[in-house]
Structures are given as structure tokens and as C-alpha cells.
Design a protein around this ligand. Structure first.
Ligand code: NAD
Length: 595
């Protein structure tokens, strides 16, 4: 008997997805053609209507309320006729281009970014095809509105701007019932879950269930930047309480009003979730997002080999930072191994970036010890040195043999680093004197202020450039506009993991990878760096423009898939042309004809 392969399943899924969009309608039309021949055209129209209903395709007002199939005024005359839409729409059929134009016109009229965010989210709820068309075609303008920095503000106000739920909320009340909850989700073929417990939302701290804006935003980017169809994505918030007093006292807070679950009970809760996901959505990649560092490393270590999972803050950030370093070194004409790195912030992101940097240094021929000697760390208690009595666990491994220094300016003056990377979540930590010192020791200082959102950046692009007379090679986690210094306009780029995670996810899906490995992130960093042109570098950008994000994601996806095949981690047959195959999988929003 023929055994159904994973590839067959994919084909079926794709056809099923298209069923409502195209393939079934064509089939339907074939039937109708047949009917027309057999019964005459008057009866055929009638039959078509019946068949539409039989297919379970939404019609009439229900169709206009269905964000997946809705086209608003772009429904054609024939569709209006066949799908019971006559009179429910104004008479003139509009094109998608006209709808995009109207959307942008309305968007740009909104008085502030949070209003723009709300407007876009309501479009996403009403007409997903139009929403993704607008996002993809105007990515540079829209990303800051649906992702950092605006999503940070949205999370801060989540309970107050809340209109309708999005994503799946799994709370402590649901212990023992997670399988049932996951089955409540309307889509069956989930390929990516982004899950948070809301403890460290961007650099904004514990926002509890209000952190849902982050998984929702990240998955929107998976669709926009890597073309993973939204029907395959699922945002999840684990509501395990919050330590945020303001939220606990806020009558409009949407989450459980209790202190965070800790210890073994927390681990059991996460375990139930992971087991439930494996049962209900067995082919899913899980991205851990914005967990507090008290849990993030442990959860990652526990699951990274058991299931297909990664932590974006630790691994995704590492890859984007390393790619930026490679580009910066092209400007400086230096090698990684000639640098001295000062990581300001030794949490998830700082440690993740350092670990991948060490891996890259090993690749340049350094020993582990030599590589570690190039990395210095600062946390909220000062320079991470062996004499500190407050260090334990992973931090001990980062500690250096050096006198303790608390003050960051003195640390920079003493160590004279070549590269300073801010991942502290503390605004303005890179003060004028620190930036000036970096400019004194280095012809081209590398200054990355990667904390999000903009309000938490360690310094602005303007500060970094002005204090170094335009010599700094700068990147930031959230976007800053161009700066003109001494007659030259510099375009700072965004060192954000949005350059990495969508491509990694797409590569995992395309190859059916069973695991996400550190090597995949290392090679993703190289792939990203390889797409930076001389023109980008000439204007001070260490990443490609965001407008090229779909090309970036496809290239990274091909690299990740290639790695999965090479290490026998893939569960799908290897296509001859991996990049071509990956591009063919990418969802391109456009209206399909329904009749
Ligand atoms: P974390 O809580 O794990 O770590 C924060 C670290 O900063 C800790 O080591 C803490 O001790 C240190 N710190 C706090 N105050 C400090 C101070 N005054 N001086 C020196 N160090 C200080 O958080 P994380 O996950 O590592 O994230 C940190 C920041 O990085 C956040 O703002 C986050 O938004 C940002 N981030 C950016 C990206 C990106 O793609 N650009 C990705 C992930 C995280």
C-alpha cells in the first residue's frame, strides 16, 4: 500500500489552503462548465451557488467578516453575484492598489504611532490579504509601527487599548487542560509558535499577559518578512502571574492578578505546555520569546534537543549582532580576533551574542581561552570579575581576573575596548564621555546600542556619531533616522533579530528540521553579512536595507535548510534547488478569484 510521505501531506495542506482561494474554485468551475454543457447556462449559475454553499465557503455578511477571505470592495461583480454580496458593498469594484492607497492615506493621518498601530491591527482583523500587502510593500514605514518601538508602547497600554483577543492565552487556571486549549485554536496546521511568559518584554520588564503584543508582532513578521502563511502561526502567552505592582493594581489588566509562579511548579507548567504542543501540533517550531533570564536559559537547555525550539533573545540576537560585527570589520578592514569586546548587559542577549562571537573566534583559529580573553562583561553591579561574591551559575563563567570596577566610564577608560555592545535595557548608558573615549581609542569604534525599544537604547545614533565626529560604526535595536555629521549623511541600521528569526523559521519549515542548532545561527549571521553591499557600508549601514528583508529571509532559510540536510536533521526530501524551492513556498498576498 502506498505510504503517505511528509511531502504529500504538505501538498495536501497547500491544496487545502488554496481550496478556498483558488484550486477548489477552479474545480468548481469545471463542474459548472460541465453543468452548463449538460443543463444550459441558466441552471449552471444556480448550481454554482449551491456548490459554493456545499463547499462551506463563507458567503454574504459572514464573508465580509472573515479576515482570511474578505476583499472588501475588491469583490468582483461575479463574486458579488455568486456569494450573496450584492448590496452589502458600494457599487464600484475597487482594485487592491486603490485599497492600499486608501489605507496609507488613513494611516498617515493618524496623530501618533499607537493610533497607527491600532489602525493596522484592525485592518489585520478585517482583511489579512490587504494588511500583508500594505506591510510588505511599505516595510520600512510599517515595521516600526507593528514591531519595536511601537509594540513596546502597545504592550505597556495593552489592557487599556484591548479590543479583541489575539493569540492563545494559557493561564494557571488551565493546568491539566492544555491539550484542550490548543485544540480550541481554529487552525490545525500550525508550524510556528512564538511563546512568551511576559516576564521581560523588550527592555520594559515584567508586563505579564500584556506581553501578548510581542508574539503577535513577531508572527506578523514571520508572515511579512519570510512569507510563512498566517494560518500556520500561533502566538501564545503563558499567564503565570506578574510581579508588576502597577498591573496588579490596574483594574483593566487582562491577566491573572497574582504573583508569578516560580520553581518546580513553573517548570511543570511549561512542561505541560511543551507536551501538549507535541501532541496537538507535532510539526511545530517553538520560539521562546521575552522570558525573564531567571527561566530563559534553563527552559532553552531543557527543550532544545528534545523538540524543535530556539530562544530568539539568546540565539537570534547573537546572529544579528555577529552579522553586524562582520560588516563593521569590512569597514574597519580588521579581523574579529583583533578586537576587544565589552558587553554591557550580561543577560540573555549579552551572553548569547558573546557565545556566538566566541564560536566565530574559534573559527578564526583562536583557542577557547584566547577567545574568552577578548570578551568582557558588565552587568548592573559593575564589571564581571572573579572577585565578585554575588556571581553564580553562568555568570561565573564570564568573570575575568581583574580588579573590580563599578563605574562604566572608568571601565571603558581602563579596558579601551574596540567594540562596545549595549544589551542592558538601560537608556542613555553610553554617555557622552563614554562615546568620546571610544572615539579616542579607536579610529573606527564599533558602538552597538541594541536595547529595545527606542526609549531604552544605550545611546542615540546622533550621539554616537557626533561624539566621534562621524567615525563610529553604529547599529541600534530600534530604528533611528539618518544623521548628517561634518557634511556626511550616515544611515544607521537596525541591529534587530527581525533580520534572523523569520529566515530561520522558514528554513526549518522548508526542510522539516527536527532541531535548531547553534551552527544554523552562525551560518545565518554569515549569510546576512554576505548581503551587505559596499554601498550599504559606504553610508555606515552594517545591515541590508529592511526593504530587502524577504530576500534576506529566503537566503537565511536556504542556509538553515542546507545545514539541516548536511547534518541529517531534515525530515523532508532535499530539493535540487533549495533557494528556489524556499522562494516558491513564500506567501505573496494577493486576491484570488473565488468564482
Ligand atoms: P536580561 O534581563 O537577560 O539582561 C539584562 C542585562 O543588563 C543584565 O545582565 C543586567 O544586569 C544588565 N544591566 C541592567 N542594568 C545595567 C546597567 N545599568 N549597567 C550595566 N548592565 C546593566 O535582558 P536581555 O534579554 O539580555 O535583554 C536586554 C536588552 O536587550 C533589552 O532591552 C532587549 O530589548 C534588548 N534586546 C535586543 C535585541 C535586538 O534584536 N536588538 C534582541 C534581544 C534583546
Amino acid at each position: 500500500m502506498y505510504k503517505v510521505t511528509l511531502e504529500d501531506e504538505d501538498t495536501v495542506i497547500r491544496i487545502k489552503r488554496n481550496l478556498m482561494e483558488q484550486a477548489a474554485i477552479e474545480r468548481l468551475l469545471n463542474l459548472v462548465d460541465l453543468a452548463a454543457v449538460m443543463e444550459g447556462s441558466r441552471l449552471a449559475d444556480e448550481k454554482e451557488k449551491i456548490l459554493v454553499r456545499m463547499l462551506g465557503f463563507p458567503t454574504g455578511a459572514a464573508l465580509l467578516r472573515d479576515p482570511v477571505f474578505n476583499k472588501d470592495a475588491a469583490f468582483t461583480e461575479k463574486e458579488r453575484e455568486m456569494l450573496g454580496l450584492r448590496g452589502l458593498l458600494p457599487a464600484r469594484v475597487q482594485t487592491m492598489e486603490e485599497q492600499v492607497q486608501r489605507t496609507l492615506e488613513n494611516l498617515r493621518k493618524k496623530p501618533n504611532d499607537i493610533e497607527k498601530y491600532l489602525y493596522l491591527i484592525s485592518l489585520q482583523d478585517r482583511n489579512k490579504t490587504l494588511f500583508y500587502r500594505v506591510v510588505i510593500d511599505h516595510i520600512k514605514e510599517i515595521i516600526p509601527l507593528i514591531y519595536t518601538p511601537t509594540v513596546g508602547q502597545a504592550c505597556l497600554e495593552y489592557g487599556h487599548i484591548f479590543r479583541r483577543p489575539r493569540g492563545l492565552f494559557i493561564s494557571l487556571k488551565d493546568r491539566g487542560r492544555m491539550v484542550e486549549l490548543l485544540r480550541n485554536w481554529p487552525n490545525r496546521d500550525i508550524r510556528i509558535i512564538v511563546v512568551t511568559d511576559g516576564e521581560r518584554i523588550l527592555g520594559l520588564g515584567d508586563l505579564g499577559a500584556d506581553g501578548m503584543g510581542i508574539p503577535v508582532g513577531k508572527l506578523t513578521l514571520y508572515t511579512a518578512c519570510a512569507g510563512i502563511h498566517h494560518a500556520h502561526t500561533l502566538p501564545v502567552t503563558l499567564d503565570v502571574g506578574t510581579e508588576n505592582e502597577e498591573l496588579l493594581n490596574d483594574p483593566l489588566y487582562i491577566g491573572l492578578k497574582q504573583r508569578r509562579l516560580r520553581g518546580a511548579a513553573y517548570d511543570d507548567f511549561v512542561e505541560e505546555f511543551m507536551v501538549a504542543v507535541a501532541e496537538v501540533f507535532p510539526r511545530t517550531l517553538i520560539q521562546f520569546e521575552d522570558f525573564g533570564n531567571i527561566n530563559a536559559f534553563r527552559v532553552l537547555e531543557r527543550y532544545r534537543e528534545r523538540v524543535c525550539a530556539f530562544n530568539d533573545d539568546i540565539q537570534g540576537t547573537a546572529a544579528v549582532a555577529l552579522a553586524g560585527l562582520y560588516s563593521a570589520l569590512r569597514i574597519k578592514r580588521g579581523r574579529l580576533s583583533d578586537q576587544k569586546f565589552l558587553f554591557v548587559g550580561a543577560g540573555e542577549a549579552g551572553q548569547g551574542v558573546a557565545a556566538l562571537t566566541v564560536a566565530a573566534l574559534l573559527g578564526e583559529g583562536l583557542t577557547e581561552e584566547e577567545a574568552r580573553q577578548r570578551c568582557w562583561f558588565v552587568d548592573s553591579h559593575g564589571l564581571v570579575v572573579k572577585s565578585r561574591s554575588d556571581l553564580s551559575g553562568r555568570k561565573l563563567g564570564l568573570a575575568r581576573d581583574h580588579e573590580f570596577i563599578f563605574d562604566l566610564t572608568t571601565i571603558v577608560e581602563t579596558l579601551e575596548p574596540r567594540v562596545i555592545i549595549g544589551l542592558s535595557g538601560k537608556q542613555g548608558l553610553f554617555t557622552g564621555p563614554i562615546l568620546e573615549a571610544m572615539g579616542r581609542f579607536n579610529e573606527r569604534p564599533i558602538i552597538f546600542a541594541l536595547s529595545n525599544p527606542t526609549s531604552k537604547a544605550e545611546c542615540t545614533a546622533e550621539d554616537a556619531y557626533r561624539r566621534t565626529q562621524g567615525r563610529a560604526i553604529f547599529a541600534s535595536g530600534s530604528p533611528f533616522g539618518p544623521v548628517t555629521v561634518e557634511g556626511k549623511t550616515l544611515v544607521p541600521s537596525q541591529g534587530n533579530n527581525v533580520y534572523i528569526f523569520p529566515g530561520v523559521g522558514l528554513g526549518v519549515i522548508a526542510s522539516g528540521a527536527r532541531q535548531v542548532t547553534d551552527e544554523m545561527f552562525f551560518l545565518a549571521a554569515q549569510a546576512l553579512a554576505s548581503l551587505v553591499t559596499e554601498d550599504d557600508l559606504a553610508q555606515g549601514s552594517v545591515y541590508p536595507p529592511l526593504a530587502k528583508i524577504r530576500e534576506v529571509s529566503a537566503t537565511i532559510a536556504a542556509t538553515v535548510a542546507e545545514t539541516a540536510y548536511r547534518h541529517d536533521l531534515a525530515s523532508k526530501p532535499r530539493p535540487d534547488d533549495i533557494l528556489g524551492y524556499i522562494k516558491s513556498l513564500m506567501y505573496e498576498p494577493g486576491y484570488q478569484s473565488y468564482v
